[in-house]
Design a protein around this ligand. Structure first.
Ligand SMILES: NC(=O)c1ccc[n+]([C@@H]2O[C@H](COP(=O)([O-])OP(=O)(O)OC[C@H]3O[C@@H](n4cnc5c(N)ncnc54)[C@H](O)[C@@H]3O)[C@@H](O)[C@H]2O)c1
Length: 394
């Protein structure tokens, strides 16, 4: 029987094409690649593609998102995986350090966890690597000079921005809200914190699901854009007080905290889609003096009951809602296939010396964006069947 991971791997058509090419070109022959990226089915497809290119791959996941099914599949297919699922930051830190202790030649980072630790004990033969996210770029950009090696930021490719952050994150956050809560979106008042690429998609998807959506965004230019896109842009306190659902997707810390408890209405649902589980100050909220009790469910919904009787529901412990809770699927396969094709091509460029040390913490080179976009469009053309061909025997 084909597993879900098998379905995903088969569906990543761009990675399959790159893998076929790598079988003969072997760009990573003799190199070890260390990764600290979500271990879920789409990343399995990426890591197996890197192996086809001749790499030895040693990998660990991100905090709170590792899927056992993905780990088992990787291990069965020759990828060494360090550790397993954990939401314990200290345990996760140990896994990252174990990956780095093997001194990989290339690093695939997601959130800056590997490169930040690499700088604590640098070694000469690191060629460089990639960083997947907005949050990682924010963390690594100030360290550009110390890194001093090619480090290409996948997030800053226009392809990743529109395919994943805008189109896919909003869709998967809406899907996850429905998956976890089984609640209706129609007529709900949803407040989205952050109107970057991800926030725009989240706001648009909930609006199209018949919710009334407000946006809280400190940048007045983006706030204006949200307003002209048809969203309400009330003051922060008003947006919180009116909300049935609050979603953070900013890349910042402490976006919603215990200080907001007086403003939250009974039954509000809080969820985070930003990379780190620090956008909602979960610990401070649970420990606040106004809290009577915290009920955990194991189904991705915890409920904080306040002494005045109000209930605050928190999804997936503040970890990324689309990658956690029961049966998380993450972003759509095609959007991740595009992003991971950028990853594979960027790592190939670093391994083959096609980018320089000056390219530390810079966006994906334009020629790689064009190459990946052209390959995706060519696949679409190849799979189109003209009406005259339908029903005709071959
Ligand atoms: N869940 C996923 O699958 C997924 C996928 C891609 C990116 N991400 C993560 O989502 C987050 C946002 O990514 P992005 O690409 O939209 O980033 P972005 O930089 O384009 O936008 C973030 C926005 O948040 C705003 N912001 C900052 N602090 C805020 C605050 N306190 N209140 C309200 N708004 C605030 C910023 O002004 C900015 O407009 C990052 O952590 C990123 O790593 C998650």
């Amino acid at each position: 029987m084909r597993s879900r991971v098998g379905w995903v791997v088969e569906s990543c058509r761009l990675l399959a094409g790159i893998g076929k090419e790598f079988d003969s070109s072997q760009p990573f022959a003799g190199t070890r690649i260390g990764t600290g990226i979500h271990l879920e089915p789409k990343t399995v497809a990426l890591l197996l593609t890197l192996r086809r290119g001749g790499a030895e791959v040693l990998s660990t996941g991100n905090l709170g998102s590792t899927q056992v099914e993905a780990v088992d599949y990787l291990r069965a297919n020759g990828v060494e995986v360090v550790g397993g699922p954990t939401t314990d930051a200290e345990e996760h830190d140990g896994y990252l350090r174990e990956v780095l202790a093997s001194e990989p030649d290339l690093l695939v980072d997601n959130g800056g966890d590997l490169f930040v630790r690499y700088l604590e004990a640098p070694y000469e033969h690191l060629l460089g690597g990639t960083e997947e996210t907005t949050s990682g770029r924010m963390r690594l950009a100030p360290l550009r000079e110390r890194i001093g090696r090619p480090l290409l930021v996948i997030n800053d490719s226009p392809v990743k921005q529109f395919a994943e952050n805008y189109h896919a994150v909003g869709q998967s956050v809406l899907q996850s809200f429905l998956r976890i809560t089984n609640r209706m979106t129609h007529g709900q008042r949803v407040t989205v914190f952050g109107y970057g690429a991800c926030g725009k998609g989240v706001a648009a998807n909930f609006k199209s699901a018949f919710a009334t959506v407000s946006v809280v965004e400190p940048d007045p230019v983006k706030r204006l854009e949200a307003c002209l896109d048809g969203f309400l842009v009330p003051r922060r306190a008003e947006a919180l007080a009116g909300a049935n659902v609050v979603i953070t997707v900013t890349g910042a810390r402490d976006v919603v905290t215990d200080a907001d408890l007086p403003d939250l209405r009974d039954g509000v649902i809080l969820a985070n889609a930003g990379h780190f589980p620090t956008e909602i100050a979960v610990g401070e909220i649970a420990a606040h003096s106004s809290v009577k009790e915290v009920r955990t469910s194991g189904e991705g919904i915890d409920t904080v009951i306040l002494k005045d009787g109000r209930r605050i529901h928190l999804l997936t412990g503040g970890h990324m809602v689309n990658l956690n809770g029961p049966r998380p699927l993450g972003n759509s396969i095609e959007s991740m296939d595009l992003g991971f094709a950028l990853q594979a091509r960027c790592l190939e460029a670093v391994a083959l010396g096609k980018v320089s040390d000056a390219d530390a913490v810079v966006p994906v080179p334009r020629w790689i964006d064009e190459m990946v976009a052209s390959a995706y469009l060519a696949n679409l053309d190849a799979s189109r069947v003209s009406p005259s061909q339908v029903g005709r025997s071959p």
